[in-house]
Every structure is written in C-alpha cells, then in structure tokens.
Design a binder for this molecule. Sequence first.
Ligand code: H79
Length: 445
Amino acid sequence: MMTRLMKLVSVALLITLIYLIVIDSERQISSAYEKETIQAFDARLQWWRDARFGMFIHWGPVSLKGTEIGWSRGKEIPVEIYDNLYKQFNPTAFDASEWVSIAKSAGMKYMVLTSKHHDGFCLWDTKTTAYNIMSTPFKRDVIRELSNACQNEDLPFCTYYSILDWYHPDYNISSRGGPGYSLPAGTSPQMDRYVSYMKTHLEELVMNYGPLGVLWFDGEWEEPWTEERGRDLYAYCRTLQPDLIINNRLDKKRDGMEGTSINGRQYIGDFETPEQRIGKFNTDQPWESCITIGKQWAWKPDDELKSLKECINILVNTVGGDGNLLLNVGPMPNGEIEPRQVERLKQIGQWLGKYGESIYGTRGGPIEPQPWGVTTHRDNKVYLHILQWPKEKLMLDSIPQNIVKASCLTGGKVSLSRTDQGYEILVASADRDPMDTIVVLDMEK
Ligand code: H79
C-alpha cells in the first residue's frame, strides 16, 4: 500500500520527467518559434554546419576611399563627402560569376554579402530609398547579379544587414555618423517608422532574392534597439522564410567581440558570432567566427594580408572548436577582388582540395583543443590536426574508444602504440607537415 506521501512523490517525479523530456528538448528562441525542437533546429542548421567555411564580402562606395565601411563616416571622411561617394561608384569590372568562382576555388561553401552596412547604403534595387546602387553611375543591381550567380552554381547566397543606420533620419541616435555629428535641425526620428523601413528591406531581400541561406545581422548595440524588437524581427524573418538561419545579433545580449550570448540557449538567433577571433570550443551552441583576410573589412590599398599558414591555422582551429569560419574579403572600387587576395584564397582552396575530408561535414572534438592542436570527427573517423608537435611524444589519454587503424592524410607513416596512459602517436620529423600534420584514426564505432 502506497502512503499518501509516496504517491505525491511519485507524481512529482513523473511531472519532472515529462518536463525534462518534453520541455527541455525545445529551444526557446523567439515567441513565434519557441516551440522548435532541438531535432528541428539541428535539421535546419545542418547544411550550414556541414559547410564549415564561407566567404564574407564587405563592399560599397566607401571602397573608393579605401577606408573602413561605416566607421570612417564622420571620421576620416567627412559626412557630406562620405554620403556622396555613391555618385562616383562605377565598378564596371564587377562580374558576379567571377566572385562565385573565386569563392568556390577557395573551397568556400556559402557567401555573405553586405546588403546594407552602418552607412545605410543599399546594394540592391530597393523601392524604399534612392540611396541605393541604382542611383550610382553603375546602375546595376549587385545583389540581383550575385544571388543569381550563386544560385547557378549552387552556392547558398546569404546577406549581412546592419540594424543601426547612421544615414536614415528615423534611426534615432544623436551620435550617428560618428562623434560630433548631431541630428539635422527639424528631424524627429521615429524608431517604429525605421523598423517598418527595415522590414520592407528584409522582405525585399528574402522574397525577391531568396531563398537566402543566412541573414547576418549586426549593429544591435545602440540604444534604440531593444530585445523586444529583436524578438519581433526574428519571428518576422522566419515567417518570410521558415528555414532561414539567423545569427545572434538581433539580441542585446552579445558578449562583445567574443560574440557569445550571455544567457546561453535562450538567445534570439541561431548561432553565436565571435568577431576577429577564433571562438572557444563549444559543441552545444552553433557558432561562426568572422575574420578578415587582411586588417580591414572593406578594401584597403596595401592592406597587410594573413599568410597562408595563418589562414589554415585559423580555419583548422575554428573547425576543431566546432565552429564555422567566415573569411572576409573587400573587393576594390572597380568591382574586382584584389589579385593578392584571390591568390591567397586559391591556396586555401588547394589545401582543402587535398585535406577537405578532415574539415567539411565534420564536427569539432571529440578531444578538446590541446597545446599540440585540435581534433575533428565524422562517422568513425577522428582527425588529429597536429599544428605544433610536442617536444616529447604526442599522448592521447582521453580517447573514448579503441583505435583500429592510424594513417597520415598529409603523407608518411604513423606509429601508434598503446601504453598504460593511453595511445602514443608518432610521425617522423621528415613526414611532418609544417602547416598541419593530419593523422586519421579509424575508431571501433
Ligand atoms: O561588419 C564588420 C564590422 O564593420 C562590424 N562587424 C563586422 C562583421 C563592426 N561593427 N562594429 N564593430 C565592428 C566594432 C564595434 C565595437 C563596439 Fe561593441 C560596439 C564596441 C562597443 C560597441 C559590440 C558591442 C561590440 C562590443 C560591444
């Protein structure tokens, strides 16, 4: 016979169990979408996680000056000059299919182009403002041409969109356009009106140029933007295109350039966004590091480029931490991507052509990043990316299963021995690859 107390306790346990199974398997992102299960979330993000490597492109009339997009407005470039640059923007050498082919030759699997940065200039034929590409001498819809070229080549087309807009009179902030800039007399900004301007943009972008792979928001940190508005905009975009992937910069809770969201799984958006740094190992939250190939986002003459070794190092460390890498290029004012950058991208693509199986479709781990490097895995294979050989032996003491076979993807022989502490891995010095020695372990399961 159960006592009353025992009955009460078992009912309570049952309720807890049901809660854990049903409620906890849902991701609470945004009011309209809070009921998405983890399975549905994973399925929606799968292509993007498998892709691991994409091209970021920052471009606009500011390339004529070679200064930073958005940020140089009202600083190095006076506002009146910056805002009139579009009148001379005529990138006649722009060839969308060439950009797509450059991305492909780099081994990149998706492309994210700035449709509107903080400076407010629109790179597409929008009905909402004349401050767009059709008012330039060029008069060609860059987003149209690039999204078509991407579609022809099966490269998911994605777009960056800045919430803050230092050009639009309804974006309510007195510091827009940089320090010392104040609202023109007679303007009375209205954030609601500005949000409906943004919604028209997003509708144009998703419905006229979509389906899009990712909507990459930015510029959420200023005061006019609120969490409530972020939640609403997230739902709005997913309603336009239910399988859209959206970054975490609609939320107010980004931890600066770390790009992580300070309240974990509850953030608005689908993935975290470390900027100009490699994210930390995290297999729970999807993340993507965005990093420039040089120093500046927009084109800068004679910008200092990262070496091939640095680029591979960044890619491998990112993927080993279970993140994606969005590597940025800034095309020149004539519409071409700088030959030096193209050359570097092709070198990355050649490396991926040989060793891509250790990157694409993998997940980071199972071993967390070590002083010697990182690991990735797919099915029953674990890839050890040895970036820095230890002085003594390379010991694996935390591998959870038996190793059936070890081989070296980058060439040469691997000797594998089992000790009391775990496995010992050795590749002769002559067979080590200074870029990355990749050892493939075939696991029991
Ligand atoms: O588009 C590129 C840059 O132009 C843009 N993001 C990348 C993808 C960018 N916008 N701002 N910044 C880079 C730097 C801004 C830094 C800060 Fe803040 C804004 C410091 C304080 C407010 C955001 C919030 C970062 C830290 C806290």
